[in-house]
Design a binder for this molecule. Structure first.
Ligand SMILES: Nc1nc2c(ncn2[C@@H]2O[C@H](COP(=O)(O)OP(=O)(O)O)[C@@H](O)[C@H]2O)c(=O)[nH]1
Ligand SMILES: [Mg+2]
Length: 256
């Protein structure tokens, strides 16, 4: 049945990959060394550079490593949803999201998992005290800062880093978040899940992480990904405000 992490249970670290041939071996090795008590699932979207084949070799050599081969590139969100479903089928208690490019340090994973012992959702945060970003170009810093400020204001959630992708969730929480209705594909997926966790009243906590820009391979970040996040967050915020106004109006009517 595999090993379990104290206070959390069986943990699956999901690593989505698209053209990460130079990174996948390094990241899986680092995870296995840093936290031997977790399993790993590489969720590969049929990367043309052969990432999936390398992941298969790693899985053949280590029973704690698994691979989910997906037919086409469908974005980070779809890959994670497929990974969550796999975790549920295989009776895990918690899942972790982690990039393949080394930006999220496996050595900091115990911080997230220790916090998960007391919470439902843990966000690795670059923008709380103690959090750091290394080697990011100014434009990425700006997109993240402005994006998080806009998210806080539009949705009224108290999170400093709602767009980050180093996280841990209890499966019991994901089960209640109706993730089958998630349509977000890019980084907006992260905001979507943070927003759902907040609305469900879950115990959500941010722990500081050090995010280091990738040294190998190319980023899949694009302006389309930023635009998707912008319009979806705007629509969610507007809907939430409209619902609040409706509640206030019907409250007044029933008072009258
Ligand atoms: N399976 C899958 N993984 C993806 C996709 N897009 C990005 N990723 C992975 O998501 C992680 C973060 O992407 P990255 O390009 O590093 O974004 P950045 O860190 O914001 O520049 C990496 O592990 C990527 O390989 C996708 O369409 N499918
Ligand atoms: Mg990256």
């Amino acid at each position: 049945m595999g090993v379990s992490y104290p206070g959390v249970g069986r943990v699956l670290v999901i690593v989505p990959t698209y053209n990460e041939a130079d990174n996948v071996r390094v990241i899986v090795d680092r995870i296995r060394r840093a936290v031997p008590d977790v399993d790993v699932l590489v969720a590969d979207d049929n990367s043309p550079d052969g990432t999936g084949g390398i992941a298969d070799e790693l899985a053949a050599a280590d029973p704690a490593v698994h691979v989910l081969h997906r037919a086409v590139k469908q974005g980070l969100g779809r890959a994670y949803l497929a990974g969550f479903a796999w975790a549920k089928e295989h009776d895990y208690d918690a899942v972790v999201e982690m990039d393949a490019d080394g930006s999220h340090a496996p050595e900091q994973l115990p911080r997230l998992l220790d916090a998960l012992a007391e919470n439902d959702v843990v966000l690795g945060s670059r923008w709380v005290r103690g959090g750091k970003v290394l080697n990011w170009p100014f434009h990425r810093y700006l997109i993240s800062q402005v994006g998080n400020l806009y998210t806080r204001l539009a949705l009224g959630i108290p999170l400093r880093d709602a767009t980050g992708g180093y996280r841990a969730y209890r499966l019991t929480a994901l089960d209640k978040m109706e993730i089958e209705t998630v349509a977000s594909q890019g980084y907006c997926f992260q905001v979507d899940l943070a927003w759902r966790a907040h609305r469900n009243g879950f115990r959500v906590v941010e722990v500081p992480i050090t995010f280091a820009e990738r040294e190998r391979g190319a980023s899949k970040m694009s302006s389309a990904i930023v635009r998707e996040a912008l319009w979806r967050v705007t629509v969610w915020g507007a809907r939430a405000r409209l619902a609040a106004v409706r509640r206030a109006v019907s409250g007044k009517r029933s008072e009258a």
